[in-house]
Design a protein around this ligand. Structure first.
Ligand SMILES: Nc1ncnc2c1ncn2[C@@H]1O[C@H](COP(=O)(O)OP(=O)(O)OP(=O)(O)O)[C@@H](O)[C@H]1O
Length: 577
């Protein structure tokens, strides 16, 4: 599955909405650029007047005045360009800041199931490469397109105003220019879209290979990863070659279109002058305009090309916003705190259920251990009970209200999940803990740390709670990171907790101690503990044995051992180890 890409209509609507939102600064920028362009047109016009005046015979005074006007025009142009550039950049930055904020909000609201199915490469590509490209277009492209368009239009109008007969010659460049630009722009969007997708896939494969390097090494899968990277690279190469080919047609076509109008205005103008239909001054002015217009047209096409790239990136960024939410909050709120799963099913891929109709009623305040072989569906069950993914069949409800009908922020106050994967965010240790409760004071943070046996090492850190941790700060061991995650859970204080191998990174003795101190703090809370170590099951009120997506046995440890079923076998072999 890939994340969606916004269609042309959405892209247009979004761009128009952006333009409307910033129409005042946009109008200001346009006025300033028009002023700069007008001042730039004065030079060739004055030159033409001088040529004619010299032809007729003129005075030094006239030449001096014309020169003074020329200097004044250059000064006005310089000042106008300075303010126009500044206003354009400010506009570009403001628009991009808007886009960035929108995107961050969208990404943080993405359903986890969608991110997992799409793979992180695609999302990573959109948050890095595509944001960079869109940023380049918005920051520099949009302002330059405004400048160059204003300059091209005004130069053409000025040429017609000076002498329309001579200005007609400028049109000879139009057919080749439009044909080449149309040919190119028609093909470029698909080409750049393919290129972005190819690089996103390549990035995903490379980052996956780096993250899974040890596994690859241990299983001797190096050649497979290499051939996968080779395939992705071949696709990226083919995609890049295609866009390069498009440019090799565009650039010569554009160059020819630039030379033609200059030559034509001189030849055609000379004939007009010989017939007494124009003056040498008018021909000079139009020919200089034809030379002058090359630069903004070239820049305009360059930016139209860049804008195409930016637009494809923008389509990929906006596409993320069209991901449907995986839940919509209803109005009902639970009064009690009993979590019940009924006929619960889940499939990561359609038609491949990994949970086959589980019924489970958690008793408020009980501690349930979930055990079973690898791949049995224990983690999936844990995620369902915590409302991470909406079930594909059946339901999980608190006091009759389905978890997926609760707003996410509220859901976390009822049920929370801690897994073995934790991220330590850059910031102080206190910041990391306050993610769970922004209002918690230092004393509350210390209590939570004590509950997870972490207070001693935190107080031994150079800055205690204010120690900077995460990338660039003090590096926490995986076990310490796990304790921080558990302390967050204590602060969050939900009535039901799902611990998925939440102490797996600690040594067995420390893990058991932590679980015991945690259970003192969490007394009265319902705890579902998914466990490898069977003492967790031994310490629990009930044990559920999960195999092949079904609960095979459920009951207190002693009863299951006495029953002599799967659990009794598991327990015996674990004790022998
Ligand atoms: N993100 C995923 N996408 C596709 N299939 C998945 C995904 N996560 C788990 N599965 C599959 O679902 C089944 C149940 O996996 P699950 O992780 O729930 O089992 P588990 O009992 O927790 O195993 P373990 O003890 O190894 O963690 C397995 O067949 C697994 O391959």
């Amino acid at each position: 599955m890939r994340l969606p890409i916004a269609d042309a209509a959405t892209l247009r609507a979004h761009t128009l909405a952006l333009v409307r939102r910033h129409r005042r600064p946009l109008a200001g920028v346009l006025v300033l650029h028009a002023l700069a362009a007008l001042a730039g047109l004065a030079g060739p016009w004055l030159l033409g007047r001088l040529v004619d005046a010299v032809g007729r015979g003129t005075t030094v005074g006239f030449v001096d005045r014309a020169t003074a006007w020329l200097v004044a025009a250059v000064l006005v142009q310089t000042v106008a360009i300075r303010y126009a550039q500044r206003a354009s950049r400010v506009l570009g930055e403001t628009v991009f800041a808007d886009l960035r904020e929108e995107f961050v909000t969208t990404v943080t609201r993405l359903p986890l199931s969608v991110v997992e199915r799409a793979g992180t490469g695609d999302l990573l590509g959109r948050t890095t490469n595509d944001i960079d490209r869109a940023q380049h277009s918005v920051r520099f492209g949009v302002p330059r397109i405004l400048v160059t368009s204003a300059t091209v239009v005004l130069t053409a109008v000025a040429a017609v105003a000076v002498d329309w007969r001579v200005a007609v010659a400028l049109l000879v460049g139009v057919p080749t220019l439009t044909a080449t630009a149309r040919w190119y722009l028609h093909r470029a969007a698909a080409g750049y879209l393919r290129e972005s997708a190819a690089y996103a896939t390549l990035n995903g494969t490379i980052s996956e290979s780096v993250e899974g390097a040890r596994t690859t090494d241990a299983l001797g899968l190096g050649h497979r990863r290499r051939s996968r990277i080779d395939d992705d690279q071949r696709e990226a190469f083919a995609a890049e070659s295609r866009t390069l080919f498009l440019r090799t047609v565009l650039f010569p076509g554009v160059d020819v279109s630039f030379v033609l109008p200059v030559a034509a205005s001189l030849l055609w103008g000379a004939w007009l002058v010989s017939q007494g239909l124009s003056t040498a001054g008018a021909v000079t002015t139009v020919a200089v305009y034809a030379l002058q217009i090359r630069h903004p047209i070239g820049e305009l096409i360059y930016w139209l090309d860049e804008i195409q790239i930016g637009a494809t990136s923008l389509a990929r960024i906006l596409g993320v916003g069209s991901v449907e939410p995986d839940r919509t909050a209803g109005a009902e709120r639970p009064a009690g705190d009993q979590v019940v799963a009924s006929d619960l099913r889940y499939a990561y891929r359609e038609g491949h259920d990994v949970l086959h109709g589980i019924d489970l009623a958690l008793q408020p305040g009980e501690r349930l251990a979930v055990v079973g072989p690898s791949g049995a569906g224990k983690s999936t069950l844990g995620r369902m009970l915590a409302g991470i993914h909406p079930p594909t069949g059946g339901r999980v409800a608190i006091d009759g209200v389905r978890l997926v009908d609760l707003p996410l922020a509220e859901l976390r106050g009822h049920v929370a999940l801690v897994t073995q994967e934790h991220h330590v965010f850059v910031g102080t240790l206190a910041d990391n803990l306050r993610l769970a409760d922004t209002e918690a004071d230092d004393a509350a943070l210390r209590r939570a740390l004590a509950a997870v046996d972490a207070l001693a090492w935190v107080e031994a850190l150079p800055g205690g709670l204010s120690t900077e941790v995460g990338s660039g700060g003090v590096t926490l061991t995986p076990g310490q990171a796990q304790q921080v995650a558990l302390a967050r859970l204590v602060l969050l204080d939900p009535h039901t907790l799902v611990l998925d191998e939440a102490t797996s990174l600690l040594d067995p003795r420390a893990a058991r101690h932590l679980e015991q101190s945690l259970s003192r703090v969490l007394s009265g809370r319902t705890v579902v503990a998914i466990a490898h170590r069977l003492y967790t099951a031994h310490d629990a009120d009930r044990v559920a044995v999960v195999d092949d997506g079904r609960i095979r046995e459920i009951g207190p440890h002693e009863e299951l051992v006495a029953a002599g079923g799967d659990y009794a076998d598991l327990w015996r072999s674990w004790q022998q180890e």
